[in-house]
Design a protein around this ligand. Structure first.
Ligand code: SF4
Length: 416
């Protein structure tokens, strides 16, 4: 539903669009602000500048003409200033509308204006503190899951020693007890409030929740199913779309990351049991098909095990997302990385329900990777070489029937 209002001057227009769990306010031709259903600011655009805000109060910015730099995080004081400016803009608009300065054919005052005006930097910071108490942080999700509702039956990464990865260094691995997880579930639902309807899938965090034994996972999936409506398994894509439109607060299924090497391996029958409880897609950090590069990355997976894991999930009817790191290992490993990665991806027969993510490698200063690369005089690939490597991987891919969705994964752009 959209409210269209006309202001006192020519071209002075205001539209308020309501979406499930969110709303957007457009002023004139190019000023747009978006909010979740509670009124938390989540995005803004002024034609030549775009802002996205995460629930942890991170604000990232992109400006016209600087596409190569991508999204850049803003310092907290600058982020606060933007948030306050948005709240003030909404308060002014609300006042102008209530005082009759806008012609409003629908006669009702669009309710979200006042709600949006209440989210100044102080409230946003307090809300972020509540979010961080619930989640620590959500440092990464697969790109197709940026809008999922994250639930954390586990925190951190069981392994946590890959040289390039700093995502979970701030927390030890731990699994929540069933009671704690149920409490977490209630608190997450309460936290999102009217913003919940914006989230249409569920993601079990953090890095490798599915490595828990079945005896722990089955009650976790059951608790999710009891608390939230999840689409039945085995729907066709068209049936799933119909189910979602009939259930405005429903979720299309449960997604999660999984590493190849932690915990006891599960059988296809066990994954099929989880599929019946809602498991839809598992995202696996393959990173590379090259064993020497994996060794350099200190990722203790065997390529044959990665292939077997994808095949097991497929046999269970669970789709997969495979992550490949473009540029990992710099110039030293480039040729083998492309050759062996293409061979592994081709071997696992990805299909239309699967994803292949080409993740642009980011070298974190001070990481073990940076130290080792320097010691071994490995040169990082520049942007053109990274693009060429991604093209070379794409060029080598062969899929048996319908191709999976192949998308670029830029960690630096992620906000939750
Ligand atoms: S297994 Fe995954 S999450 Fe854990 S350290 Fe390695 S890359 Fe990071």
């Amino acid at each position: 539903m959209t409210f269209e209002l006309t202001g006192p001057r020519p071209g002075d227009t205001l539209s308020v669009s309501l979406y499930p769990g969110a709303f957007a306010i457009k002023i004139g031709e190019c000023e747009v602000y978006s909010f979740d259903g509670e009124g938390r600011p989540i995005g803004a655009s002024t034609g030549d500048r775009w802002l996205r805000r995460g629930l942890d109060n991170t604000l990232v910015e992109k400006r016209a003409g600087t596409a190569a730099r991508g999204w850049q995080p803003l310092p907290p004081t600058e982020a606060d200033a933007h948030v306050d400016a948005i709240a003030l803009r909404m308060a002014d608009l609300h006042q102008a509308v209530t005082q009759g300065h806008y012609r409003n054919p629908q006669s009702a005052i669009p309710p979200p204006l006042e709600r949006a005006a209440a989210w100044d930097s102080r409230r946003c910071r307090a809300d972020a503190a509540r979010f961080l108490r619930l989640f620590h942080r959500v440092p990464i999700l697969p790109p197709d899951q940026y809008l999922s509702l994250v639930l954390q039956p586990t925190e951190g990464c069981r392994y946590n020693r890959c040289t390039f990865c700093t995502l979970y260094r701030d927390r030890p691995f731990r699994a929540k007890s069933p009671e704690e997880f149920r409490r977490h579930l209630d608190e997450v639902v309460a936290y999102f409030g009217r913003g919940l309807a914006r989230r249409r899938s569920l993601f079990l965090g953090d890095a490798n929740a599915l490595t828990l034994p079945m005896a722990d996972l089955v009650p976790i999936f059951a608790a999710v199913q009891e608390r939230l409506p999840v689409a039945p398994s085995d729907l066709t894509p068209a049936q799933a779309r119909r189910w979602l439109s009939a259930h405005p607060l429903g979720f299309d299924g449960i997604h999660s990351f999984l590493d190849v090497f932690s915990g006891r391996k599960k059988s296809a029958a066990e994954y099929a049991a989880l599929r019946r409880q809602g498991l839809r897609r598992v995202t696996i950090g393959l990173e590379s098909g090259s064993a020497p590069l994996l060794q350099f990355l200190r990722k203790p997976e065997r390529v044959a095990d990665a292939v077997e894991l994808v095949r097991t999930l497929h046999r269970a009817g669970v789709s997969v997302g495979v992550v490949v790191m473009v540029g990992a290992g710099g110039d030293r490993y480039a040729a083998a990385h492309v050759r062996e990665t293409v061979a592994v991806v081709n071997a696992v027969s990805l299909g239309a329900a699967d994803f292949l993510y080409l993740s642009e490698f980011v070298e974190h200063p001070g990481s073990d990777y940076a130290r080792l690369a320097q010691a071994e005089r490995i040169r990082a690939l520049d942007a053109a070489e990274m693009a060429a490597q991604a093209d070379a991987i794409r060029a080598g891919l062969r899929f048996p029937a319908q191709a999976p969705r192949v998308s670029v994964y830029r960690l630096s752009e992620f906000v939750y």
